[in-house]
Design a binder for this molecule. Structure first.
Ligand SMILES: [Zn+2]
Length: 211
């Protein structure tokens, strides 16, 4: 092979590497853009849930002043709120939002106890979040819905008993709004965190697969 032939081969190989590198860079940029867009969507959903906990804590602040037990519960819920906010800010992947909602589940449960205390009602037993919208807080009972046994809050349970539709949390997917369990990978971590403490419980056996 003469000198020119070697130069041409080297040039062709170098050009191929440039094409491959550009391709990989483009794929990397596209994957990052997809991740960022899913993260932004999921963060917006998680931010709304954190705002719900903050609103509940603000409403129940006077209850916390009543006695040391209520005060300890309030601080417990507030600590969960602080952890949820920190995890929200630190999340770089949509899946990491499970840490946000795991803390929100803890916070909402403690808020439910404070609310019962404020209303002079018996302390509720700990139950998984409402399936239709985990932001509704802890469920009141399990109910059969479309062939599944799912936890439902009092309001959604009553709607279903009356033959109406539950208030389902919808999320953005492309140009449509769909139930969160059809929201795809962007919302998988967000949903999973709510039910993470309930892994293995028969109360959520019909939904953990989707969450
Ligand atoms: Zn509900």
């Amino acid at each position: 092979m003469d000198y020119l032939g070697v130069v041409l081969i080297v040039a062709a190989v170098a050009a191929a590497f440039v094409v491959i590198a550009r391709n990989q860079a483009w794929k990397g940029r596209r994957a990052r853009a997809e991740n960022d867009s899913q993260l932004a969507l999921a963060k917006r959903t998680a931010e709304a849930a954190v705002a719900g906990l903050i609103e509940a804590l603000t409403r129940l602040a006077p209850v916390a002043e009543q006695d040391p037990v209520a005060q300890a519960e309030y601080q417990h819920a507030d600590a969960a709120r602080v952890r949820a906010v920190r995890c929200l800010h630190e999340a770089t992947e949509p899946d990491e939002l499970c840490l946000v909602t795991e803390n929100l589940e803890e916070g909402r449960w403690t808020v439910a106890r404070l609310a019962a205390r404020a209303a002079g009602e018996p302390m509720p037993s700990r139950r998984p979040p409402c399936f239709f919208n985990p932001g509704h807080g802890p469920s009141a009972r399990n109910i059969h819905w479309h062939g599944r046994n799912v936890p439902a809050c009092t309001a959604d349970g009553a709607r279903i008993d009356a033959g109406a539709d539950p208030y389902i949390r919808t999320v953005e997917r492309g140009s449509r709004r769909v139930p969160y369990w059809e929201g795809g990978p962007a919302y998988a971590g967000w949903a999973r965190g709510y039910y993470a403490p309930w892994q293995g419980s028969t109360l959520v056996a019909d939904i953990v697969r989707q969450a």
